[in-house]
Design a protein around this ligand. Structure first.
Ligand SMILES: Cc1ncc(COP(=O)(O)O)c(C=O)c1O
Length: 398
């Protein structure tokens, strides 16, 4: 028999994939990766049934706005589908500069840089600045992209209790005074819907010389004047060093941004690997985001409608005795406390043609297993009525 080099060793990594418990459970209960067959605004078709989408991040409902669609189509006609290159080399176009200038001006910052994913922008906002020997002060409930940025930076990290300025202060009081410090927070916490206690947190950060990074993926478009975000909501734009976020939520596109002073953005362009070695945002993505940004300023009715829908929807959930983790925004969790209850509730909503997303520990703190829902300006009154009826049905399933 011929000796084969390729049969000699087994592959432990393949065995890890094959026997992975979490993957087996995901495939068995199939709560994720549902491929919708169609979408038109808040309506989707899933397994042949028409449903209402109740967990998109399309807060302002711009993903089907005719002006946004037209802008994306026109950009493809003008620029093609992709730059197929990174910004420092062959990937920079004038449409990138237009979007960056428009975002910087809207946010009241000197400069801005856009990436092809929010995840990259947010990760780069930490990893591009903090380094070995520095200390990062991080809210315990940060999004995964911020943790990845912290890990990549090789800085030391101290976690403070979620949205707790006293805990942050205590940590800072025991930190060495000459260590370089970065404070990392979110404007609106995406799972909880909580608004950062920015006045206290920013003031403490300032007092201890922290460089402050604010991920405002869920505050942008939702809070502040015309949706300028959490820093604007509190009138604290000049107290935050970097505001980063995503184009895939209120701006109805995909991509992300980092905004700050000119010198910080130029530093990012020199040092951040996510910025230097990843292909530039595509023409259609940038054009959709720019059109949505213009709509935020010319059509304020969407933001008003978003908040009206949020108040009505949260009111319905409260009247049913559901725990919304004291959300303050259109990101509305329904806390069910165990993965079994979360699964039952999620399935009952699906039976009534309401699409939501289940989020269980370790993605949320233990005991906080939840259904993550989000309201859009696009939801009609009739849809919110139907959602309310489905919620009442799901409550009975518990
Ligand atoms: C708080 C937060 N930051 C960053 C991101 C990443 O954004 P994107 O999905 O555009 O990559 C998300 C997306 O879920 C998020 O919720």
């Amino acid at each position: 028999m011929a000796f084969s080099l390729f049969t000699k060793h087994s592959k432990p990594l393949l065995e890890r994939c094959r026997s992975d418990y979490a993957t087996k459970m995901r495939l068995k209960y199939a709560p994720y990766y549902h491929a919708m067959e169609e979408q038109a605004g808040t309506r989707i078709r899933l397994r042949g049934r028409e449903m209402i989408m109740l967990s998109s991040n399309d807060y302002l409902g711009f993903s089907f706005h005719p002006k946004v669609i037209e802008a994306a189509q026109a950009a493809i006609r003008q620029w093609g589908t992709s730059t197929t290159g990174a910004r420092p080399s062959n990937g920079s176009r004038t449409y990138h500069l237009r979007l960056e200038e428009a975002l910087a001006e809207f946010l009241g910052r000197e400069a801005c840089h856009v990436h092809s994913a929010g995840y990259l922008s947010v990760m780069a906002s930490v990893a591009g600045f903090a380094q070995k020997g520095d200390l990062v002060l991080a809210d315990k409930n940060l999004h995964s992209c911020l943790w990845d940025g912290i890990r990549l930076s090789h800085a030391a990290v101290e976690r403070f209790s979620h949205n707790n300025p006293d805990d942050l202060r205590q940590l800072l009081e025991t930190a060495g005074s000459d260590v370089v410090k970065m404070l990392v927070i979110e404007g609106v916490y995406s799972m909880e819907g909580h608004i950062a206690r920015l006045p206290e947190l920013a003031q403490i950060g300032q007092q201890f010389g922290c460089f402050t990074v604010l991920d405002d993926a869920h505050g942008f478009g939702v809070l502040g004047r015309q949706g300028r975000g959490t820093a604007d909501h509190f009138g604290l734009t000049d107290k935050i060093d970097l505001v980063c976020g995503s184009l895939s939520k209120s701006l109805a596109s995909t991509g992300g941004f980092v905004s700050g002073s000119r010198e910080t953005i130029e530093y990012l362009r020199t040092h951040s690997k996510q910025t230097i070695f990843s292909a530039a945002i595509a023409p259609s993505q940038a054009a959709a985001a720019l059109a949505a940004l213009q709509l935020m300023q010319s059509e304020p009715e969407h933001l008003e409608r978003l908040w009206r829908n949020t108040r009505r929807y949260v009111g319905i959930l409260k009247s049913l005795g559901l725990d919304t983790w004291e959300t303050q925004t259109p990101a509305v969790p329904i806390v069910l406390g165990s993965r079994e209850n979360a699964y039952r509730f999620w399935s009952a909503l699906l039976d009534r043609d309401i699409f939501t997303v289940m989020s269980i520990a370790p993605a949320v703190p233990p005991g906080k297993d939840l259904i993550r829902t989000a309201v859009s300006a696009m939801h009609t009154d009739e849809e919110i009525d139907r959602i309310g009826e489905a919620m009442a049905h799901a409550v009975k399933s518990l």
